[in-house]
Ligand binder design. Sequence first.
Ligand code: ASP
Ligand code: MG
Length: 469
Amino acid sequence: MNYICGAFSKPYPLIFILFAGPAYFETGSLILSTMSKATKIFKFGGASIKDADAIKNVASILKAYAEHKILIVVSAMGKTTNALEKVVDAYVNQSEDLLQHFETVKQSHFAIIEQLFPQGHEIFTSVSDTFVEIDWMIEEDPQDEYDYIYDQIVSIGEMVSSKIIAAYLSDQGLGTSWLDARDVIQTDNTYRDGKVDWAQTSKNADRVLPVKLADNDFVLTQGFIGGTSENFTTTLGREGSDYSAAIFSYVLDAESMSIWKDVPGILTGDPRLFDNVTKIDRLTYMEAIEMTYYGAKVIHPKTIKPIQNKSIPLYVKSFIDPEGEGTLISGDGEVSYPPVVVVERDQALLHISTRDFSFVAEHHLGALFALFDKYRIKVNMMQNMAISFSVCVTNIPRRIKGLLEELDASFNVRMDEGLELITVRHYKEEVVKTLLEGKMVLFEERIRNTIQLVVKDVPVMKRKVEEKA
Ligand code: ASP
Ligand code: MG
């Protein structure tokens, strides 16, 4: 079967047909007709599959698409990734609560399975067998690198969620084939931030996907994970399932991609932080990539490029109101946008200055950026002055620590922590003013229609009422 598909994707179909004979010819034409039936990509994130009712809701959404070819990408259920991160830390630190953390993850999954499947269903064994991979890992002393261990353990969240949901959909009469995403998405071995090998991934996709989609209308796979050429598991960065869906969209030349979320579409701000947010109906790829670059959490920042490159329309839709229009991101869009606010927490300002009062010149900057790259530190804003250089970075203590140690050899460094970075696209002064109430601005930059502010909360001071003697 693999051979047929591989030969089919090469530019010699005629030779292949002549030698393969009529039996194979039939399979070949079946694949051809499937490939001409356009595939949609649906991505369901953690919140949309957080419990048994949520999974039933996904099945009901998919029933409306029973006539389509759909490749479904799922995240881990609910907050499983956070829970598995605790398992990783407990294992690496060999802390006493390791087994307890792991047990919590297992229990939450089995509680859901019990509500979705009859006793004795094969999914119970299949999920247990998947969790056993963590058992094997944590039996040994932790000797490997943290990021490698992280990926091997945390990826199990997507492995189990995908098995559970594929089995449930099939039981509901929605014939669904499970696909191991690692057989398609190949990355390098940058654990926790795998870089996609596009050429190999496309080759794998051509070999694996047409056959799967020929046999099944629904194919379901994991977001967030990939595999190396040596078959180790990698992850693509937190919230990376959107990116996985975009990779599948690209290699399949999908008709469209939809991300199903707990919000009606892309909003003008985070509804957890602001009351008066509104939905944006249409966005251009350009606007969407800018928003995600500045930290809008609604879509993973790497998602837009692959779908823009192939002009694939991207819908952000609500799984609570699946009939709703959502937001459409595509090549053409509106001319004017409302102010869009993005808030990034956990920011730090680093003020880096030379020890000998020499200018911060190009060679210093080159060295500094090499270090940011080495420690994978995201630079969000920067300013260069005569003998100092200030940067606003995302504060991931594990990474910053290494950076500070190396910087200490040649520079003086001062760090302000606990800051927020507020970005407003298409800003209006009134909007900025209300956002800054109770905040002190440490760093500000305006470029065209975008304002960025690094701020700190200031306690609102009240004047004391003087006591009369
Ligand atoms: N489960 C992963 C995470 O929570 C990937 C994703 O949800 O997109 O980061
Ligand atoms: Mg998630």
